[in-house]
Design a protein. Structure first.
Length: 158
């Protein structure tokens, strides 16, 4: 199964998760980057107000992939604003999507429901949900969470 990983990171935790997934899945890695980096209050308020922060153009044609894995932090109980911009703009129709949240123990189901709403009517099948708690977590623990999610995704592909 040809896989792409799209990830957004603000503090680096999600990069470690995405790179571990890349290694374990043999996937292509694509970073979602904001055009303007915001401070912590703007991140939270942007998420609460359902803002889509502008992102830099990405060299990612999803039509060549069977599976897209989205790695995103949770901000104020919602997927990070730049990843919501990615979801809006990416041509994901007909693709399978797996979501790996990095969070401080937030409500994964609420964040997943927002992603489902963002994708409604677009023929995108969500096939997996994973999470890595970042608060008071070592790099090794983050890698283990990503490795476990990669294993579940490999099972799905067989």
């Amino acid at each position: 199964m040809k896989t792409a990983i799209a990830y957004y990171t603000r503090f680096g935790h999600t990069t470690l998760v995405a790179r571990t997934l890349q290694e374990k899945l043999g996937a292509d890695l694509h970073r979602i980057e904001e055009t303007k980096q915001r401070g912590f209050p703007a991140m939270g308020f942007g998420a609460i107000l359902n803002r889509r922060f502008e992102i830099k153009p990405m060299n990612l044609d999803c039509s060549g992939y069977d599976l897209v894995v989205l790695c995103t932090p949770i901000w104020a109980g919602r997927p990070a604003c730049p990843t919501r911009t990615f979801l809006r703009d990416a041509k994901l129709e007909g693709r399978k999507l797996a979501v790996m949240f990095s969070n401080n123990g937030g409500d994964l189901e609420k964040a997943l429901e927002i992603i489902k709403k963002d994708l409604a009517g677009r023929n995108v099948e969500i096939v997996g949900l994973g999470s890595a708690v970042t608060q008071k977590t070592t790099d090794e623990e983050l890698k283990q969470a990503a490795q476990g999610f990669a294993q579940r995704l490999r099972v799905l592909s067989h």
